[in-house]
Design a protein around this ligand. Structure first.
Ligand code: PRT
Ligand code: ZN
Length: 288
């Protein structure tokens, strides 16, 4: 690995995406040196180093080549408007950007926003949305605590990140329009050279193996030999289940990969055709 290009990856220094970003690297076999106070952390297991930044600064850092790649919310990428390549959706940090109005405000469609004051930390995305919808509203950019703006008389409505919706409810607000869905994405510097791109491809290969294994269980069981065909019909696995002979000729050992959401239903079906001694194991990676 020594002669490979070294990638610099921007990761949120602290906040909602930090932990899951480092966890994803760990699952991909990349250990990040424990030193939160340093701006740059070295890594083991892959030619990458981590540059810790505020999420707001990650799109620009990647667009300028200060970092080659970065993990950041799609919302920040869209808001900042820098040219970066979106290389991969990472499946965590899911949220949406929505417009919300005070309960009882008599909301009757997007026309309601005409002439209103909307508080937000995402003025560019909101401006684009209003332009597209032909609505003229006043956008008030504020850095934080957007959800309290209507109750203190700073705004008529807000445009903010929503995840569970609990914050809106606690502040007497109702979500009325979803403008965009977001999640953490891996972004790349469009000017990256081919040597670095080759390393990024290897990184994505690892991320995909980790993702594929999420929500999947490895299941082993003993089954009467004559029921194998019925078991195969019950188990639409990756290819077909693996069937291994046992010392007792009337029985076999069946191995299969089952989606966790289907697990109990499949197991009930397998028990009904005589499966015994069922073991359910966690999957770590699925490499095609
Ligand atoms: O310090 P730095 O600038 O790096 O961090 P930050 O404070 O700007 O961002 P941070 O750590 O709060 O969020 C980082 C990213 O996480 C965001 O850009 C989103 O892509 C993503 N994300 C996912 C969220 C949420 N879910 C989320 N729920 N970001 C913020 N929230 C906030 C939201 O602003 C609101 O106040 O949580 C509240 C709403 O949550 P619910 O569950 O009550 O609806
Ligand atoms: Zn931020």
């Amino acid at each position: 690995m020594d002669n490979k290009a070294l990638l610099r990856m921007a990761v949120q220094a602290k906040g909602r995406l930090n932990e899951e970003s480092i966890e994803l690297l760990g699952e991909a076999g990349i250990t990040v040196e424990e030193s939160k106070r340093k701006l740059v952390a070295r890594c083991g297991g892959f030619p990458v180093e981590v540059l810790y930044l505020r999420d707001d600064d990650i799109p620009q850092a990647v667009a300028m080549g200060v970092a080659d790649i970065g993990i950041v919310g799609l919302n920040e990428v869209e808001e900042k408007g820098y040219t970066v390549d979106i290389l991969h959706k990472l499946g965590f940090g899911a949220c949406r950007l929505s417009l919300a109005v005070p309960k009882g405000a008599g909301y009757d469609g997007t026309g309601w926003f005409a002439g209103k004051r909307i508080a937000t930390s995402y003025p560019s995305i909101l401006r684009r949305y209003f332009e597209g919808a032909g609505i003229r509203a006043e956008i008030h950019e504020i850095a934080g605590s957007v959800e309290i703006a209507p109750s203190v008389g700073m705004a008529d409505a807000i445009f903010d990140i929503v995840s569970s919706g609990g914050t809106l409810v606690r502040n007497g607000l109702t979500e009325v329009e979803t403008v965009m869905d977001s999640e953490a994405v891996l972004v790349g510097d469009p000017a990256m050279d081919e040597q670095k791109r080759a390393v990024v491809r290897q990184l994505l290969f690892r991320f995909e193996a980790v993702e594929r294994s999420r929500g999947m269980k490895y299941v082993l069981m003993n089954l009467p030999r004559e029921r194998v065909d019925e078991a195969v019909a019950l188990l639409p696995g990756m290819k077909s289940p693996t069937v291994l002979p046992l010392a007792d000729k009337g029985w076999c050992s069946l191995h299969a990969v089952i989606r966790e959401s289907d697990l109990w239903e499949r197991i009930e079906g397998l028990k009904a055709i005589g499966a015994e001694d069922i073991l359910v194991l966690t999957m770590e990676k699925i490499i095609p």
